[in-house]
Design a protein around this ligand. Structure first.
Ligand code: S3P
Length: 166
């Protein structure tokens, strides 16, 4: 069974993906890391050097080229479901879980790692809050098309089993 975790930056996709993959004895894949391997640059460097369109094309290429022959949890990037029909592809290839996270939590978390996230670099806190609010509204349309929508405290072993059995 393949599970794709989707949600905004800072929603805990990688954090929870690793934990639940270990508990459910699934493989774990971080899509951003796979893109970094494929291109040979960090996500921030890819954005700086080649721009977002190039990143989105690579993201789709790498996503659809993943080796998913074993039960796997894939932590996607925040934008993955919103481009190139990736969400529809993920929903046919496995199950998608949207990790719902509140705006204050997202803001608090991304402030800690702003430099690592090319879309957020160089913004002050007020700009960041406005940007996140707008983007979240825009992206929720996609996120809500997930097979399951859960708050991160609802993601547990039982849910993984339920997702796998449906
Ligand atoms: C992005 C989120 C990032 C990464 C890239 C673009 C986005 O992943 O894919 O910086 O568009 O929201 P995380 O959600 O893991 O930070």
């Amino acid at each position: 069974m393949i599970i794709f975790l989707i949600g905004f930056m800072g929603s805990g996709k990688t954090h929870w993906g690793k934990i639940w993959a270990t508990k459910a004895q699934h493989n774990f894949i971080d899509l951003d890391i796979e893109i970094e391997y494929a291109v040979g640059l960090s996500v921030a460097q890819i954005f700086e050097t080649y721009g977002e369109d190039f990143f989105r094309t690579k993201e789709t290429e790498v996503l659809q080229g993943l080796n998913l022959t074993q039960p796997t949890i894939v932590a996607c990037g925040g934008g993955t479901p919103c481009f190139n029909n990736n969400l529809a592809w993920m929903n046919t290839r496995g199950k998608t879980i949207y990790l719902i996270t509140s705006l204050p939590t997202i803001l608090q978390r991304v402030l800690l790692e702003q430099d690592r996230r090319p879309l957020l670099k160089k913004m002050n806190t007020a700009e960041l809050q406005f940007f996140i609010e707008q983007k979240l509204k825009e992206r929720e349309v996609f996120y809500k098309e997930a097979s399951f929508c859960l708050a991160e405290n609802e993601l547990n072993e039982e849910v993984i089993l339920r997702v796998n059995s449906q």
